[in-house]
Design a protein around this ligand. Structure first.
Ligand code: SAM
Length: 281
């Protein structure tokens, strides 16, 4: 079978399952299996594919047909131009989360800071910031031991083992004796009742603990704000991601807890998705 036919067949199978990204998914999976860029597939349509790759491609497309995210099928996801290992214990890093990174690295460029990442998952936020701030160090905590295993592997792959530490811990048990310049988080913030409305790609495969933010979606966000009062150094920053409609409520909670907003970032629909604040006293 040549590349053109393999791609068309796979794309049609995924299209028949109403997977909107059918063409792109077929290309991304095949290019990864072949170890080539996507563009190569398009400019080499007549090239024959080995039996070994075809059999791997068939099983990968079967998984995608069942709505498994491409990132889990490939075992990795690109975030801020780095490849992060992911599996069913970790959320797939999202493009919105990169919004958080821009502001932070501009603010702290060339500085030496201590960072805490709450709900670190694959470690994508902490490790990306550490790559951009080579003098800094940080700790990532997560309640999921499976996620911490993956974060440690990502730290090793990015040669950040000396400047990062990953610990299995519930935010409730976070050690107050260490103080941080920066606390970052992409917490679970989906209201429990809304989870069933998410796409099957998410609900069937991504860890519920990474999504479910309790009745109003704000359970972990509230804890992060309360905890940060004791965990931040004077003048330190708290930066975290929120759901598309949570800004008014979260802004009020920050105010009530004596945090001053220093900046916010919106997604392409102009919803505030990331808030950066500092403790007033
Ligand atoms: C939305 S995911 C974010 C993962 C990663 N930071 C990212 O942006 O891709 C939230 C993470 O919070 C973790 N988590 C949930 N409840 C927690 C708790 N009480 N204490 C610590 N981590 C928690 C989950 O296991 C999950 O990895």
């Amino acid at each position: 079978m040549n590349l053109e036919i393999a791609l068309k067949k796979a794309s049609n199978i995924l299209k028949s399952k109403n997977i909107h990204s059918h063409e792109l998914d077929a290309q991304v999976i095949l290019s990864d299996l072949m170890g080539v860029e996507k563009e190569y597939l398009i400019t080499n349509e007549e090239k024959k594919i080995s039996k070994e790759i075809i059999s791997k491609y068939i099983s990968a497309i079967k998984r995608r047909k069942n709505r498994e995210p491409v990132a889990y099928i490939l075992g990795k996801k690109e975030f801020w131009s780095h490849d992060f290992l992911v599996n069913s214990n970790t959320l797939v890093p999202r493009v919105e989360t990169e919004l958080l990174i821009y502001k932070i690295i501009n603010f702290y460029r060339n500085k030496k800071i201590k960072i805490l990442d709450i709900g670190t998952g694959s470690g994508c936020i902490l490790l990306t910031i550490l790559k951009e701030l080579p003098l800094s160090e940080g700790i990532g905590i997560d309640i999921s031991s499976g996620a911490i295993d993956i974060a440690k592997l990502n730290s090793k792959n990015l040669s950040l083992e000396k400047r990062s530490n990953f610990i299995i811990s519930d935010i409730d048990k976070c050690n107050d004796s260490i103080k941080y310049d920066l606390i970052v988080s992409n917490p679970p913030y989906i209201p429990t009742a809304s989870i069933k409305n998410l796409s099957k790609d998410i609900t069937k495969y991504e860890p519920l603990i990474a999504l479910d933010g309790g009745i109003d979606g704000l359970d972990l966000i509230k804890k992060i704000i309360y905890k940060s009062k004791n965990l931040l150094k004077k003048g330190g920053l708290l930066a975290f991601e929120i759901g598309y409609n949570q800004y008014p409520k979260v802004s009020r909670i920050l105010n009530e807890n004596k945090f001053k907003e220093m900046g916010k970032e919106c997604d392409y629909k102009q919803n505030v998705r990331c808030i950066i604040s500092t403790k007033l006293d």
